[in-house]
Design a protein around this ligand. Structure first.
Ligand SMILES: *[C@@H]1O[C@H](CO)[C@@H](O)[C@H](O)[C@H]1NC(C)=O
Ligand SMILES: *[C@@H]1O[C@H](CO)[C@@H](O)[C@H](O)[C@H]1NC(C)=O
Ligand SMILES: *[C@@H]1O[C@H](CO)[C@@H](O)[C@H](O)[C@H]1NC(C)=O
Ligand SMILES: *[C@@H]1O[C@H](CO)[C@@H](O)[C@H](O)[C@H]1NC(C)=O
Ligand SMILES: *[C@@H]1O[C@H](CO)[C@@H](O)[C@H](O)[C@H]1NC(C)=O
Length: 637
């Protein structure tokens, strides 16, 4: 305490005075930024530097990086000249070549873009008037065609920004289709920042970017069965995804815990299966979510997980085995247990009704049939299943139960094909015993099935699957299960896949390494939130900003590691928060404001000598204290 007082006294004695903030004309603003040696330095505002200092987001747009603060970083050529112009937010215009202005897809896209802009402005009333008129020109080839994202959709775009002396800025976006154009708009939005010193919106006014994703499947999985999530929370997730160009929302709608989905021909499923009557996704909810995703360039892909992971909702049908059997750990991996009984013919009719609604509402280009964690012990506990098998001359070995599963999968798939009017929609299944040798060759056609990997990234099974020609989606739990970490819920201690996975590990998850020679069969990856211990109140900070780390790995697959991305991610996290997403804080705000002062490697590189000296000093003090304690030396008192 006394020391601080002394330091201040000394500073004042040497002529330091507190900055006269108000006199500068920016109420309460004490600090601004200056770019120096490629780093944005925080400076106290003074009469002398006021004209030169800028806000942090403006500084970071050009300082020390050729891609500004874009997240994810573009994969093609980027030219970003250090020129900003004030934007007149009242006169922004969209020009859509050949597109019906009333088309609701484009209208919603325009509105979303303006909302993102609005979120940057802390106080509309004190925003300085004037500036350049911004014209946003969108050129796409497939104008007017109802847009649906598919596996072969070209998501590339080009963005050119220029200004003229007549006070106009043109942002020209060219793309093959709506999806690329939409990504271009997202990038443009990230090149627009608020300068809190001048109180104006500024745009990077001389830029040209060409961009396309490395992986075509860039997803997040949300499980809405273990805990329910409101439509609003799901939309918030889609908002975050759109900001980082993630394109697949994998909706794990149902599980054994609850059945929160309205099925028109089988109302009893949701009636018996939902946690409460209000925790049901009605048809209009689903349609709303699917459209909300489409506007944001996102396919909302439904999963109906079966034959395991079913239970609640299926009561009174006599179509399940081992429902809520105890002790549960004999029959399944978590309570409550439950599996469909493949031997009950009428069960496939119920499936068809579920699939039918899912296909009508989602029009999926790829469909997920689950196939997760089937328990042989569960089926084996049912006398009627055992009878059915032995009547056919089958045994009761693992291979026989895999044959039963194969029978289920074939029957269920024929119902999927029926509701899809005979079009052979690609099917995703989770890795399981069925995707292991030898069963995978017996029951799963590599031309039809895509396998979603959830084992660890170095599991040998991955290459065995790949070498057979299956395409894969990677969700290795050791890097992409974002629910890992936290207390246990069926035991004490920590949950099964602890510890918590840091964003750095997500960023470093290397699909090239995971797939080896078969990289061309990797469609992409998904990060997952299994929701046993997460609901809508704790959702955002689980996904964000770690999902952004995945987004950059998948869109850009940068050759650099997390360390090079760190300071950009800190700023991107602020962007998420600005848009109402409760993203987790990664570091003290001090580190955002004092770029490169926190990472330990930056410190040791810069001042190895100092560090060594301080360590030696500490050692000396340690030795002294030690000696004092031992010898009760006079000098110590
Ligand atoms: C926008 O870019 C396209 C394609 O590069 C070009 O044909 C067009 O003239 C540009 N429009 C404007 C207004 O710059
Ligand atoms: C934009 O930058 C390029 C160089 O990359 C330069 O040739 C051009 O004159 C700049 N345009 C404006 C309007 O500043
Ligand atoms: C349930 O199904 C099994 C075999 O499929 C049958 O033996 C049993 O009688 C059924 N029970 C009821 C209550 O329908
Ligand atoms: C299948 O065809 C029927 C009748 O033409 C139609 O109502 C339904 O929407 C179609 N389903 C799909 C998924 O295309
Ligand atoms: C990913 O792994 C591949 C192959 O092992 C390697 O060449 C590449 O440098 C790695 N990428 C990153 C970002 O570490």
């Amino acid at each position: 305490m006394r020391c601080t007082a002394l330091a201040i006294a000394l500073l004042v004695a040497f002529g330091w005075t507190p900055a006269p903030g108000a006199a500068l004309g920016a109420d309460d603003l004490i600090y601004g930024y200056e770019c120096s040696n490629g780093v944005c330095r925080k400076v106290e505002l003074s009469e002398e530097n006021f004209a030169r200092a800028i806000s942090l987001p403006v500084c970071r747009l050009f300082c020390g990086s050729n891609i500004g603060t874009l997240w994810p970083k573009p994969t093609g050529a980027v030219q970003l000249e250090p020129l900003t112009r004030q934007v007149d937010v009242a006169t922004i215009q969209f020009h859509l070549a050949g597109v019906d202005k009333k088309d609701k897809l484009w209208q919603a896209t325009e509105q979303r873009w303006l909302d993102l802009l609005e979120a940057k402005i802390p106080n509309r009333k004190s925003l300085k008037e004037g500036g350049y008129q911004l014209n946003i020109v969108l050129n796409t080839a497939d104008n007017g065609v109802p847009a649906r994202l598919q596996l072969d959709t070209d998501e590339s775009y080009e963005l050119n920004i220029g200004s003229n002396s007549a006070g106009q800025i043109t942002a020209n976006i060219t793309a093959v289709n709506f999806f690329g154009a939409r990504h271009g708009l997202e990038t443009l939005n990230q090149l627009i920042v608020y300068d809190d010193i001048r109180r104006e919106i500024q745009v990077a006014a001389n830029a040209s970017i060409s961009d396309a994703p490395v992986y075509k499947w860039r997803g997040l999985l949300l499980d809405t069965s273990r805990n329910y999530f409101s439509v609003k929370a799901i939309k918030r997730t889609l908002d975050g995804m759109a900001m980082v160009k993630l394109n697949t929302f994998h909706w794990h709608i149902t599980d054994s815990h609850s059945f929160p989905l309205e099925v028109s021909k089988r109302p009893e499923l949701a009636k018996l299966g939902a946690y409460t009557p209000s925790k049901v996704y009605t048809h209009s909810d689903v349609a709303d979510i699917v459209e909300y995703g489409r506007v944001r360039g996102i396919r909302v892909m439904p999963e109906f997980d079966s034959p395991a992971h079913v239970g609640e909702g299926w009561q009174h049908k006599n179509m399940t085995a081992c429902f809520n059997a105890q002790p549960w750990n004999k029959y399944c991996v978590e309570p409550p247990c439950g599996q469909l009984d493949p031997t009950v013919d009428g069960m496939y009719d119920v499936l068809e009704d579920i699939f039918s609604d899912m296909f009508k509402l989602h029009n999926p280009d790829v469909f997920h049939m689950g196939g997760d964690e089937v328990s042989v012990a569960c089926w084996n506990s049912s006398p009627s299943i055992r009878n059915w098998m032995t009547q056919r001359g089958w045994g009761l070995s693992e291979a026989d139960f895999m044959r039963l599963w194969g029978h289920y999968q074939t029957e269920a798939l024929s119902r999927v094909d029926r509701v899809a009017n005979g079009s052979h929609t690609p099917i995703i299944l989770w890795t399981s015993t069925l995707t292991n040798e030898p069963y995978i060759d017996d029951y799963l056609n590599p031309l039809r099935y895509i396998i979603q990997i959830w084992t660890t990234g170095n599991d040998k099974v991955i290459k065995k699957i790949l070498k057979r020609g299956y395409r894969i989606i990677v969700s290795n739990y050791d890097a992409l299960y974002l629910d890992c970490g936290g207390g246990g819920w069926v035991t004490d201690g920590n949950n099964w896949c602890s510890p918590y996975i840091g964003w750095q590990k997500v960023y470093q998850n290397n699909l090239t390494k995971i797939a080896g020679d078969y990289e061309h069969h990797v469609l992409g990856a998904e990060a997952a939130i299994w929701s046993e211990q997460i609901d809508e109140y704790t959702l955002d900070n689980r996904f964000w900003p770690r999902a952004s780390a995945l987004a950059e790995r998948l869109w850009s697959n940068p050759s650099e590691g997390w360390r090079q991305a760190e300071s950009r991610l800190l700023l991107h996290r602020e962007r998420l928060v600005e848009n109402g997403i409760g993203a987790e804080a990664l570091q003290p705000q001090w580190c955002l404001q004092n770029e490169n002062e926190c990472p330990v490697d930056a410190y040791t590189q810069r001042s190895d000598g100092l560090w060594l000296a301080s360590q030696l000093g500490l050692l000396l003090v340690g030795v002294l204290i030690c000696a004092c304690n031992k010898l009760h030396m006079k000098v110590c008192e």
